[in-house]
Design a protein around this ligand. Structure first.
Ligand SMILES: *Cc1c(COP(=O)(O)O)cnc(C)c1O
Length: 374
């Protein structure tokens, strides 16, 4: 048994983080302007392959800004997958919009493109797609539907830095996209997020809303036309982000190596389904998730408890949106049975997935899993 606990996902900060943060601190540019912010926005946009970006305080704030910038407002309906992290849905609530839930599909664990059209109505404004756990959603059919029906596509790529769909970067496939830099994401700024687009106007609007809707031009500096937010990222956070971004290829390679080792070691273990990777996909493996069969000799909760006794941290999958009390109170009507997302929520959990895991740790996790299941 390893001496230390194996965390489910710890950040790895072994590059220029300390040097850049100290430099920013000593320069006294510690608030929401500075060269690290400019450079982080510019380089992250280039990494995703887009022209414009604005950094903000979190992935959740980035979602809110993206929706505001895309013109989603009160009464608008937005198509959303039932299985995703809660922030994807909350951002719609902040705008007064109505989430319209569709089930996920078993191939990708993401939005089922075949379930979208039947939920489109006269008030539908946008499709909000999340790439869950690092596997891209099947975007081509979604893009075709959006074009035909005149809908905006907003990509929640908070879990999918560096993931690719048919060779194209996740986060570059819709009209506007968002990323999170929370501590457990593939790269981090501690807390933070970004909104990106090729549409200059969208990013201009996102910047406007994130900075309290200060007027962009004109002499009346303190006269505000709209209700804004303070969602500004600091130069200190961006200093961490820039250092992280310099090593993003390394972190992605670590994630994919983790998955390769898990796939290999878990091969012979009964009742356990490994995460998807479609032929057209490059999964970023933000989290290495598995599904435990109904026929398994012990429950998911019991299995997670046993692993925890061995010092192995795990987490259950997200609770689907149709079962979230907050959304029921908000008035989200969940039509449909949601068999796929329901099963993911009930049977899925993820194993330690951080970039700093060693081969020995992964092998230990798999041996303990095997011991519990056979
Ligand atoms: C993490 C995450 C968010 C929220 O990001 P924060 O930075 O934690 O606010 C939004 N959507 C998805 C899919 C996420 O995984």
């Amino acid at each position: 048994m390893p001496a230390r606990k194996i965390p489910v996902c710890a950040p790895s900060l072994q590059g220029n983080e300390e040097r850049y943060v100290l430099d920013a601190l000593r320069s006294s540019w510690i608030s929401s302007s500075g060269r690290y912010l400019d450079e982080f926005e510019e380089k992250f946009a280039a990494c995703v392959g887009l022209r414009h970006a604005t950094a903000c305080t979190s992935g959740t704030a980035a979602l809110h800004l993206a929706l505001l910038a895309a013109g989603v407002g009160p009464g608008d309906e937005v198509i959303l997958q039932n299985f995703t992290m809660i922030a994807t849905a909350f951002a719609l609530c902040y705008c007064g919009a109505r989430p319209v839930l569709v089930d996920n599909e078993p191939r990708t664990w993401n939005m089922d493109p075949g379930k979208i059209e039947e939920r489109i109505g006269p008030r539908t404004k946008a499709i909000l797609v999340a790439h869950v756990y690092g596997h891209p959603a099947d975007m081509d059919p979604i893009i075709r539907i959006a074009r035909r029906r005149g809908l905006v596509i907003i990509e929640d790529a908070a879990e999918a830095h560096g993931a690719r769909y048919k060779g194209r970067m996740c986060g570059s496939l819709g009209h506007v996209s968002v990323f999170s830099f929370y501590a457990n994401k593939i790269i981090t700024t501690g807390e933070g997020g970004m909104v990106l687009s090729d549409d200059k106007e969208i990013i201009r609007r996102a910047r406007y809303y994130k900075n309290l809707c200060f007027p962009l031009t004109g002499p009346r500096r303190y006269e505000h036309e709209d209700v804004g937010f303070n969602y500004r990222m600091s130069n200190l956070q961006a200093a961490i982000g820039l250092a992280q971004l310099e090593r993003i290829e390394h972190y992605l390679a670590c994630r994919r190596r983790n998955a390769r080792l898990y796939n290999e070691f878990l091969g012979g273990i009964p009742w356990l389904h490994r995460p998807p990777e479609e032929a057209w996909a490059k999964n970023a493996y933000w989290m290495y998730g598995v599904i435990l069969d109904e026929e398994a000799p012990l429950s998911r909760e019991e299995l997670m408890r046993r692993l925890s006794r061995d010092g192995i941290e795990t987490r259950p999958f997200f609770t689907p949106l149709h079962a979230q009390p907050a959304l029921k109170k908000y008035g989200v009507k969940a039509r449909g049975g949601f068999p796929v997302s329901r099963r993911l929520g009930e049977r899925g959990f993820y194993l330690p997935s951080g970039s700093a895991l060693t081969k020995e740790e992964i092998s230990f996790v798999c041996r303990r899993l095997k011991a519990a299941l056979t």
